[in-house]
Ligand binder design. Structure first.
Ligand SMILES: Cc1ncc(COP(=O)(O)O)c(C=O)c1O
Length: 365
């Protein structure tokens, strides 16, 4: 059977490379690999989450809980909102984006996405018939080009994605810029705060002031649960209720449920993960800044974008050279809005950071 036209024309999503892939392809030992490619928490999950998973393992013959109120209450308390403002998903923040699409898109609706940004918005919205309209991030000044967003608004605009800190630039959108955009439109302004903990600031209060704001969050980053796929969204109760009507009932597994509860209650773990990530980010930024032929963008997240134009390598070339030394970085060639001369690196332990910087010194001045 023929697939739908929109599916055949969709640019495939290119995920970060895994340790197994690199170990096989480049014949390096898995234990020697330094993974800086996927913006994960490199220090492992909370011990309390692991204990909770082990305890729950014998119960996986049963379907997941559908009454998620304990987790919703815990997330509400963590985010500083009411439980009625929260929706939880079981395939990460990516499922939230999909549920947003299913709930609200009518074919022909436009969504604005400033480039470069997280490519999954477009990947998930297009199949429902939504049309991307591109605005831009100003890479030179490392800031959102607010005017480009305002200029992109039309009477068909239904959604505006603002990732803050932005993936892959690490840039925050200021509260003032957010208010300017929110007040200029009736479209739903979707603020993706997947990485907000690393910036130590949030715009969550805007959901109490405006009906057209939706905040995306995830437990895949600072919370160390990327492999369990838990996301949560924050917005006004009407938006949340509509989304619950269509969200897959069982998408949050039993193991994800107990692990997310245990992690949220493990405040020390969250504090430590945040502090270690910021320490690693600051170290990597400081060290990469010393390279004469690399230009690194200052980041408020757990990753940073490196401009390779003066290095003599394309992103694909440098990524390959680094991977042959067991260093996994993200080749950003598949990101729209930047050319083939950018890589992104994310935080690791300070020892691994040092190994990476040493490997980089053998390739670039
Ligand atoms: C900006 C941004 N939003 C959302 C996500 C999706 O996260 P999750 O693992 O919860 O699906 C990612 C993942 O890398 C991301 O970078």
């Amino acid at each position: 059977m023929e697939a739908r036209k929109v599916i055949k024309e969709l640019d495939p999503y290119v995920p970060g490379r895994s340790e197994d892939e690199i170990a096989n392809e480049f014949n390096v030992k898995k234990e020697d690999i330094v993974k800086l490619g996927s913006n994960e928490n490199p220090w492992g999950p909370s011990k309390k989450a692991v204990e909770a998973i082990k305890k729950e393992a014998d119960g996986v013959n049963r379907y997941p809980e559908t009454d998620l109120h304990l987790l919703v209450d815990e997330l509400a308390s963590y985010a500083g909102v009411k439980s009625e403002n929260v929706i939880v998903t079981g395939d990460g923040a990516d499922e939230l984006i999909d549920v947003l699409a299913k709930t609200f898109i009518e074919p022909g609706d436009e969504f604005i996405t400033p480039l470069p940004t997280y490519t999954y918005y477009e990947f998930l919205f297009k199949p429902y018939g939504a049309v991307p309209v591109y605005a831009k991030w100003d890479l030179k000044n490392n800031a959102l080009d607010v005017q480009s967003v305002l200029d992109a608004i039309s009477d068909k605009t239904k959604f505006i994605f603002l990732c803050s800190p932005n993936n892959p630039t690490g840039t925050l959108v200021s509260e003032g810029d957010l208010r300017t955009i929110i007040e200029a439109t009736d479209a739903l302004v979707i603020i993706d705060e997947a990485y907000f903990e690393f910036s130590e600031q949030t715009q969550v209060n805007l959901i109490n002031e405006y009906d057209n704001v939706f905040i995306i969050r995830t437990m895949s980053k600072v919370m160390g649960l990327a492999g369990l796929r838990i996301g949560y969204g924050l917005s006004n109760p009407d938006v949340i209720q509509y989304m619950y009507r269509i969200k897959p009932v069982f998408s949050l597994t039993r193991l994800s449920y107990v692990a997310s509860l245990a992690t949220l209650r493990d405040k020390e773990y969250i504090k430590e993960s945040t502090a270690k990530s910021i320490e690693s980010r600051d170290y990597l930024y400081q060290e990469v800044s010393k390279f004469k032929n690399l230009h690194v963008l200052e980041s408020k997240s757990n990753f940073m974008l490196i401009d390779l134009h003066d290095s003599g390598y394309t992103a694909a070339e440098l990524t390959n050279r680094l991977m042959s030394k067991g260093m996994i970085v993200r080749d950003c060639t598949s990101f729209k809005g930047i050319d083939e001369y950018y890589i992104r690196i994310s935080v690791a332990s300070l020892d691994d950071d040092k190994r990476f910087i040493e490997a980089l010194h053998t390739l670039v001045d």
